[in-house]
Design a protein around this ligand. Sequence first.
Ligand code: PAF
Length: 280
Amino acid sequence: MEFFKQAGPLQAFLTDRRSKGSVVGLVPTMGALHPGHMSLVSASRKNGDFTVCSLFVNPTQFNDPEDLKKYPRNLDADKELLQRSGCDVLFAPEVGEMYEDNHQLRFEFGELGNILEGKLRPGHFSGVGLVVSKLFNIIRPSHAYFGYKDYQQFRIISLLNEEMKFGIQLHGLPTVREGDGLAMSSRNERLNPEERKTAPVLFRCLQQAREQLLRGVAWDKVHNEIASRLEKTEGLRLEYFALVNKFTLDNTFNTLTDGILLIAAYVGPVRLIDNLTVTE
Ligand code: PAF
């Protein structure tokens, strides 16, 4: 696996590879890699891509400085995992390589960026938009792979790809889960044993809500039951539990087939998100 910290040499290398017929696939990550990330690398390889994984803990997408400070970082372990996965290139730039000292640019995603995660984490999606556009510009992939765990992020990046005319084929991949249903996330590393035991309740609530909706129970009733179940859960603080249209993330849908359930909660000090479509 080739390793680059600077954009210039990486671009020269990829230009050469493309001239020899390689089709580049990008797996953007913030490191602390787990099987969810590895499923993206493996999808890219299966697609026949020359696979580039980027690893960059992007400061502009953290609205909470404490969260940025505590975000897990394991470069050596990540390198080893990627090497073994057959990834072709790792790009792990420093902050100065990605941002000018006095950078000014901001992204706005309209209503899609102002609801749910966007409402609770001001500036988050602007930061995601910035870094993903920079990565798309530097790497110029034909394909890019993202996990559906960050479902709103996937919709934001789809909008970015469309409006900026990047012309990249985006692939959204299913959430990879632990045996007890907890969605894999780099942040899970920060849960203490007690919090780790509590965390799967988020997925169980999503499943309970799905079952009830499919049985015809009204959303208000489902929402209230789950919210009060979570209120009684020690060490957990619910931020939102929503049923929205999976394409627009707004409330305008006629059929449950279009619905997706989204949840965000603090388990101890760790903020976790998860989601489940109402029908497969
Ligand atoms: O999903 C992530 O890990 C990050 O938000 C991303 C897409 C790599 C941008 O920093």
